[in-house]
Design a protein around this ligand. Structure first.
Ligand code: NAP
Length: 417
């Protein structure tokens, strides 16, 4: 239940965003949001960052935007560091700083979260639930503010999708009858329920439910923790791929961010909930084929053989980035090769990924795009190629861990062409 002190402040809200608080600017989506928010004229972005000092906070933001190829020195004067912590009461800010923010800010963009699919609800609660309550409390004090919250389609787990008569509409509320099974999604589920209460008390809340967000369409820089990317990296390091029926929705991070930023500056589109998804899905094989076209062809083996090679690799290099958690998530094959057990594991593997376009309605998002005279840019060979180029460059620099000798050889010869 949302604490009783949280309700909408009175007074007219600002129409255009000028002073925006962004949480999560050191994250994958937050980097793009910060870049795009600063693309709006006269906007200052207050970034809530965990750090020892304000200069250190700016350095963290800068390092993250540099990593994503988005840094521009001229942005610095409009970035205002706010050293705080979502998991702390009052966002970990001194009361006078909180008061100043409550009077100054007109827009809150909440992209900060703990995202760890292996941890339970309790581990996520302080940041994702209590942190969201603190943002609602900030929205309820001082000047009226709109609150834009990044959520996840996984607030509707498989049981909710199975229960739905058709696609899940954007105005559906997550229900107690279908609780998510993992702690991260549970925490986002609770956060959504609290935001919905905040909205019913008059706070202008807009929700953006996302699928697994894909790399930047032009730069190819992925979310290092994204499941699809960790799986791709595993393929590259092993020099192996496998037959799969994985299909996934493919919405690049810059498309997501552009949508959020356009909605938050539009008076008519704000409010309610959006399923932020490109309408077409693609197959994992299509992504792998793009790598093959760049000389990074991977030897196709049965899933059981791929899994075996991966577990051996993790045993040999236990600290290699992402791979141990991948083993924890991937289904264990029961048999080998054409064995039916292997096929069951392949099905379980495909089920780890969701083709959200099959399950979630996009009417409001499509309508908002039309109203704002926008359309989704296509996800085509150029977009997939950018992702492959990014990995190729990382292999050349030796940053993608220790590629298999075969992948390294191929990267060198692809680089020489
Ligand atoms: N990426 C996706 O595919 C996806 C899909 C669905 C929904 N979402 C949602 O989109 C949002 C952004 O996701 P992302 O992929 O960008 O996440 P991310 O890369 O893991 O970034 C998380 C951000 O939250 C910050 N944060 C975590 N704990 C904090 C705390 N106690 N105080 C202040 N900041 C804290 C992190 O700061 P530090 O650098 O200090 O850790 C980081 O900036 C999240 O709300 C997530 O639930 C993402």
């Amino acid at each position: 239940m949302l604490p009783a002190d949280i309700s909408a402040p009175s007074g007219p809200g600002r129409l255009a965003p000028r002073n925006v608080l962004l949480t999560g600017a050191t994250g994958f989506i937050g980097a793009q949001l910060l870049h795009d928010l600063l693309g709006l004229r006269d906007v200052r972005v207050f970034c809530l960052i965990r750090s020892a000092s304000a200069p250190e906070a700016v350095r963290r933001v800068q390092a993250n935007l540099r990593h994503h190829g988005l840094w521009d020195e001229s942005l610095v004067p409009r970035i205002v560091p706010v050293v705080g912590d979502l998991s702390q009461p009052g966002l970990g800010l001194p009361p006078e700083v909180l008061d100043g923010l409550a009077q100054t800010l007109d827009t809150l963009v909440h992209s900060g979260a703990l995202v760890n699919l292996l941890n339970d609800y309790e581990a996520h609660r302080a940041v994702n639930v209590a942190g969201t309550v603190e943002l609602l409390r900030l929205a309820s004090r001082g000047r009226p503010k709109s609150l834009h919250h990044l959520s996840t389609l996984s607030v509707f787990p498989e049981s909710a999708r199975a229960r739905a008569a058709g696609k899940i509409p954007e105005d559906a509320e997550p229900s107690e009858a279908s609780l998510p099974t993992d702690g991260y999604s549970q925490s986002k589920w609770v956060a959504e329920r609290l935001l919905s209460q905040g909205r019913s008390r008059g706070i202008p809340v807009t929700l953006y439910r996302l699928g697994e967000v894909m790399p930047h369409s032009g730069k190819g820089t992925p979310n290092p923790r994204g499941l699809a990317d960790v799986l791709l990296q595993a393929c590259l390091r092993l020099g192996l791929s496998f037959e799969s029926s994985i299909r996934l929705d493919y919405t690049p991070v810059d498309h997501v961010s552009r949508f959020v930023v356009e909605v938050l500056r539009s008076n008519s589109a704000r409010g309610g909930c959006f399923h932020v998804l490109q309408p077409e899905s693609i197959s994992f094989d299509d992504i792998l084929a793009t790598f093959a076209r760049r000389g990074l062809g991977l030897r196709k083996v049965p899933y059981a053989e791929f899994w075996q090679a991966l577990t051996e690799r993790v045993a040999r290099y236990p600290t290699e980035k992402g791979l141990a958690s991948l083993v924890a998530l991937l289904p264990v094959p029961l048999g080998a090769g054409d064995d039916p057990g292997d096929r069951r594991a392949e099905d379980a593997l495909a089920a780890l990924f969701t083709d959200a376009t099959r399950h979630y309605a996009l009417e409001r998002t499509t309508q908002a795009l039309n109203d704002m005279a926008l359309r989704w840019p296509p996800v085509d060979a150029r977009v997939l190629g950018a992702r492959a180029e990014h990995h190729l460059a990382a292999l050349r620099r030796g940053l993608a861990g220790q590629p298999s000798p075969r992948a390294a050889r191929r990267a060198r010869s692809a680089a020489a062409r």
